[in-house]
Design a protein around this ligand. Structure first.
Ligand SMILES: [Zn+2]
Length: 354
């Protein structure tokens, strides 16, 4: 049994973002497009620019693996799963360029993991604007030792239920590569610029859109061994499961056109992270899908994340098994690490750390 000490359970944080300290000038290199660049204008801070527009201020904990460890260890986290920042997906770029960006980001994450093998696990990114290139990079991610990849909630406005993505999910299932679905390119964002609504309202809706599309599109029927985790506690999917089910019953002519299985049947077949910021909601989700399908996540280092990394969950009155599931076991299961050589490797990494 993996435990940190007798009082606090082992913690693996499976939802965190990282970016290389220096990015190539992709716009100049490719000759078009609002690619992300970093302006390091003072020690420890950089401006992320999207083309000429300011996108977001970031601090060195976005790129400095050592500083990240110092920060996350304060909350008892032992391992962070790292993946890119969704704005880097660049699905809108020309496929070859998307492939180059993916390779660059994946090589960086692989370097971080190689340098700090006790502290990090990596998720890759793939150029899903072109399935063949995505499959190629997926295999490379597997070779780099990543247990999975992070993908967007839509790909250039195409829902994840589109047949064009079947081959990708099939390959993920076959290679045992887990999938984190992260909201990005939020629906309706051009209509709700104020009050941070794309992040507060658009992201949960976007995740629900992705999950409901995959359910109704029959993705989980086709690929029953595919291991998918939806970010931000599944967004607004789980709070609206009753509505989805009712719609399935009352208008099967609209809803059950590609899959005749009640959406409620899929509860417990996918994972979500814990980033709900709400103990009552988390309790509901435990009742709905089980603690063994909820993974501790933080969205570190961004302010909308759970930056005390599950401290509020540790205060909830959960059973021992429920707590262990959420803090690490569900993540090991989602990533397929519970019964594998990688798990032995992970166990020895953790034991060496003690
Ligand atoms: Zn995130």
């Amino acid at each position: 049994m993996l435990t940190q000490d007798s009082h606090s359970p082992l913690k693996i944080d499976m939802h965190t973002h990282i970016i290389p300290e220096k990015l190539p000038n992709f716009a100049e290199k490719f000759g078009y497009g609002d690619f992300i660049s970093l302006l390091h204008y003072q020690q420890g801070s950089a401006r992320m620019m999207k083309g000429d527009k300011f996108f977001r201020e970031i601090q060195s904990n976005c790129w400095d693996p050592k500083l990240r460890i110092e920060e996350y260890e304060q909350f008892g986290t032992r391992i962070q799963v790292i993946c890119t920042i969704p704005v880097m997906f660049s699905y809108w770029a020309r496929p070859e360029d998307g492939k180059e960006i993916s390779r660059f980001l994946n090589d960086h994450i692989a370097e971080v993991v190689a340098k700090y093998p006790k502290n990090y696990l990596g998720l890759g990114t793939v150029p899903l604007q072109d399935i063949d290139l995505a499959l190629e990079e997926l295999e490379r991610c597997k070779d780099l030792g990543f247990p999975g990849v992070q993908i967007g909630s839509n790909i250039n406005k195409h829902n994840l239920s589109k047949p064009r993505f079947f081959e990708f999910f099939e390959a993920c299932e076959k290679l045992g590569m887990s999938v984190l679905v992260h909201p990005w390119e939020m629906l309706g964002q051009e209509d709700m610029e104020k009050y941070w609504l794309p992040w507060l309202v658009g992201m949960p809706a976007e995740t629900a859109r992705a999950a409901a599309s995959m359910i109704f599109g029959g993705v989980f029927e086709r690929y029953p061994r595919l291991r998918v985790c939806f970010a931000h506690a599944g967004g607004s999917l789980l709070p609206t499961i009753g509505r989805l089910e009712h719609g399935f019953h009352c208008r099967p002519d609209l809803v059950a056109v590609h899959n005749n299985v009640n959406p409620r049947e899929y509860l417990g077949k996918f994972w979500v992270d814990s980033i709900s910021h709400d103990p009552t909601l988390l309790k509901y989700i435990i009742d709905l899908i089980g603690s063994d399908k909820i993974c501790l996540g933080s969205d570190y280092p961004f302010p909308l994340g759970d930056l005390t990394i599950g401290a509020w969950i540790e205060k909830m009155e959960l059973g021992h098994d429920e707590m262990e599931n959420i803090m690490y076991q569900s993540t090991l299961d989602w990533l397929g690490l519970s019964d594998s050589e990688m798990f032995d490797d992970l166990t020895s990494r953790l034991e060496n750390k003690q």
